[in-house]
Design a protein around this ligand. Structure first.
Ligand SMILES: O=C(O)CCC(=O)C(=O)O
Ligand SMILES: [Fe+2]
Length: 252
């Protein structure tokens, strides 16, 4: 296979990063994407956007890698594999690749978490967000609650910050630090990558009406061992395979 262009400016993942992610539930790697990757990702994500809404059963946004070869080529990219191995260890599978483009005026997302292995803590599931052109607080920004992932609660579902505070957060403290749980809004410069354990509580603030489109894609990976509800991957795609993604596409 031809040598692939770098997608990350460096791969200096440290033990400290791993500790931070395990404690907080997420880590922001500011400006990690190369200029070349940012350009190609905007192209690819614009293309996906132009295909929307598309087929309701097989949405271009949910099966983004199946609609775009560049997005597919990143599933098993050597730097992506290295990063996923740092987080999940030896045995990894691809789960999904979803475009999360948010044009000006987009409503954001309410508080939620995602499922996988609630009773099997040894099975990890990581979401890797590429915030290609970044975001500022209050403008398509990711919100988090440090430590929320440690509860492995797949059913977090609240419409507002106050609803989350008055309910789920109310009777909990951070299991590691003992601190009260708190809502935090992140900011991410252009090219930032955010890694998040799938059970972390998260939400997205609306994109301001006058803002440009926030170009974002998420790649999700897991340790095999259980079925996965979010595994948006067609049989045809699995059978066809993706160069470089050998061994990653199967469920088990
Ligand atoms: O759009 C975002 O920044 C996050 C979307 C999200 O919640 C997800 O993909 O799990
Ligand atoms: Fe989410």
């Amino acid at each position: 296979m031809a040598k692939m262009e770098s997608i990350f400016i460096d791969c200096a993942w440290s033990l400290g990063d791993r500790e931070e992610m395990d404690r907080d539930g997420h880590i922001v790697l500011p400006g990690l994407l190369t200029a070349d990757a940012r350009t190609r990702l905007v192209e690819a994500l614009s293309r996906i956007q132009s295909l929307m809404p598309g087929d309701e059963e097989y949405k271009p946004s949910h099966y983004a890698a199946e609609y775009n070869d560049y997005l597919a080529s990143l599933i098993g990219h050597p730097q992506m594999r290295d990063l996923v191995h740092e987080v999940l260890g030896e045995d990894i599978r691809y789960d999904h690749c979803v475009s999360l483009n948010r044009p000006g005026g987009n409503g954001g997302a309410h508080w939620h978490s995602h499922e996988y292995g609630e009773t099997r803590p040894e099975l990890g599931f990581v979401r890797i967000f590429f915030y290609v052109n970044g975001f500022a607080p209050g403008d398509g920004a990711l919100k988090v609650v440090r430590g929320s992932h440690l509860f492995r609660d797949a059913s977090i579902d609240f419409q507002s910050d106050s609803a989350l505070r008055e309910d789920w957060i109310q009777d909990k403290v951070h299991p590691v630090t003992g601190q009260p749980l708190e809502i935090e809004e992140l900011s991410a410069p252009e090219g930032s990558v955010v890694l998040m354990w799938t059970h972390a509580a998260h939400a997205v603030t609306p994109r301001r009406a006058g803002s440009d489109t926030r170009w974002t894609v998420v790649y999700a990976y897991r340790n095999p061992g259980l079925p996965s509800r979010a595994r948006w991957l067609s049989e045809a795609f699995e059978e066809r395979g993706v160069p470089g993604a050998e061994g990653l596409l199967s469920l088990y």
